[in-house]
Design a protein around this ligand. Structure first.
Ligand code: SF4
Ligand code: SF4
Length: 175
């Protein structure tokens, strides 16, 4: 079955004297290289330059806080159950009286991790969350040189109060 019209039949015919000189082929190759030098490059100089991304694009997660700065996540585990890549793990803890200002619910995530190497950024965790606690943002997962650094804990996931992460753009509009 022919998939494209670009198939070339391979020939084992004897090379002519002209072909054996190789020079014409070298000149032809140089011509192709020169032609590409004046074309607009297909690549960008990342990270200085970035390509525009769709507004619905899903990137790195954030664990949201409420208006009073308390963590919204109640460690119910629904996001982990919904995750098709089994990328989420957590350990639940019981909130004490003194911790009421830190966690919104009586149960909270003592440990919460997402393995960014497993994640396929499908957004199922976001859809499954009954507490509006986890969202995917427009931020990129930074490059790392060891696998363990791609396992994001609460230190990287919970939004800092002094630098809150706006997720409204993708959430409010009805795409
Ligand atoms: S975006 Fe999808 S794959 Fe990634 S953690 Fe959420 S549910 Fe799992
Ligand atoms: S992020 Fe949402 S779904 Fe996941 S454990 Fe926390 S409250 Fe439950």
């Amino acid at each position: 079955m022919k998939l494209t019209n670009r198939a070339v039949t391979v020939s084992n015919k004897e090379m002519s004297l002209f072909e054996k000189l190789y020079l014409p082929a070298v000149v032809k190759g140089m011509g192709i290289t020169l032609k590409h030098m004046f074309k607009k490059p297909a690549t960008v100089s990342y990270p200085e330059e970035t390509r525009p991304r769709a507004i619905v694009w899903r990137g790195k997660h954030v664990l949201k806080r409420d208006e009073e700065g308390r963590e919204r996540c109640t460690a119910c585990g629904l996001c982990a159950v919904a995750c098709p890549a089994e990328a989420i793990t957590m350990i639940a803890g019981e909130r004490t009286k003194e911790e009421k200002h830190l966690y919104r619910e009586e149960k909270y995530a003592e440990m919460y991790e997402i393995n960014m190497l497993r994640c396929i950024f499908c957004g199922m965790c976001e859809d499954a969350c009954p507490k509006s606690a986890i969202y995917l943002t427009d931020r990129l997962v930074e490059p790392e040189d060891t696998r363990k650094n791609f396992i994001y804990g609460k230190d990287k996931l919970v939004e800092p109060m002094e630098n809150r992460i706006d997720i409204s753009e993708r959430q409010i509009k009805n795409y």
